[in-house]
Design a protein around this ligand. Structure first.
Ligand code: HSE
Length: 298
């Protein structure tokens, strides 16, 4: 009557795919325990790791759980324990991991009445609390795994994309907080047509490259002509990290989600590890504390 789950960190946007592309990290994530109770209702009974609210309506995991619970009206209640490992505001899907974890766990305990798209739908309600708008580009990879493309959010339509077997992600997370809502607020409401053309060309070619495991084409497609120039102002030393990653052999390097984390994709673990060292050198020469990870995409 209880389930312990690993709720993974994710990278949204993937350079050219703002609000639509994302991928799931293999080794970084939160742990949660979801417990079925005889008493009706939902309770958050433990939050460890970071200081997050216990009130259902103020907690991302609580809001998504509540949306699903009121829709299904099960004849039981649930307790939620959250062991938060992903720092909120880090840009690797911290809120998505919480929002996805509670609905995933409840669904398992109820005998899986909902499919992955339906779970993503309820999780979006929780994610919206964190970013002030509904988007699913972190939730979809957290729930489906691998690479995903959110074709539309209303109606919700998610496509699973293949992951070439030698693709690795490297992440650097400077210990500064960038709120998703603020990082969205600085974006222009309109973009020049020429930038839009580059962007959709790159999304199309990246999707093709994933299907054909064409690493050269992945490299040519990991370009962001819409968001990066605005958001990089929020991330100290972004250009230096990107240059270092590319010089170390990364296929591409861009802001992870709303930042401040920066991700790179590489062919092979050896290159991904060399990219990690190169990224670390940039921040080692500054006052900013940071963490780095190398992960398979899974
Ligand atoms: N696509 C979103 C953004 C992801 O970049 O704002 C952040 O949660």
């Amino acid at each position: 009557n209880e389930i312990k789950i690993f709720s993974p960190a994710t990278v949204a946007n993937v350079a050219c795919g703002f609000d639509v592309l994302g991928f799931c990290l293999d080794s970084i994530g939160d742990e949660m325990i979801i417990r079925k109770t005889e008493a009706q209702g939902l309770k958050i009974t433990k939050v460890e790791g970071y200081d997050l609210p216990y009130e259902i309506e103020q907690n991302v995991a609580g809001v998504s759980a509540h949306a699903m619970y009121t829709a299904l009206e099960p004849d039981c209640g649930f307790e939620i324990e959250i062991y938060k490992k992903i720092k909120p505001g880090s840009g690797i899907g911290s809120s998505a991991a919480s929002a996805a974890g509670s609905v995933w766990g409840m669904n398992e305990l109820l005998g899986n009445p909902l499919n992955q798209t339906q779970l993503t739908y309820y999780a979006m309600k929780g994610e919206a609390l964190a970013s002030q708008c509904e988007h699913a580009d972190n939730l979809a990879p957290a729930i489906f795994g691998g690479f995903t493309l959110v074709k539309s959010i209303d109606p919700l339509h998610i496509l699973q994309l293949p992951t070439p077997s030698e693709l690795y992600a490297t992440l650097i997370h400077p210990q500064i907080e960038v709120k998703t809502s603020e990082s969205r607020a600085i974006l222009p409401k309109e973009i020049p047509l020429q930038n839009a053309i580059s962007q959709w060309a790159n999304v199309g070619s990246l999707v093709h490259a994933l299907h054909t495991a064409d690493y050269d084409l992945i490299k040519e497609s990991l370009i962001d002509s819409v968001v990066e120039s605005h958001r990089k102002e929020l991330i100290p030393h972004f250009d230096a990290v990107k240059t270092a990653a590319l010089n170390a052999g990364a296929l591409g390097c861009a802001i992870s989600g709303a930042g401040p984390s920066i991700f790179a994709l590489s062919k092979g673990k050896k290159t991904a590890t060399a990219v990690e060292s190169a990224m670390r050198i940039v921040y080692s020469n500054t006052e900013i504390e940071f963490e780095t990870y190398v992960s398979k995409i899974n």
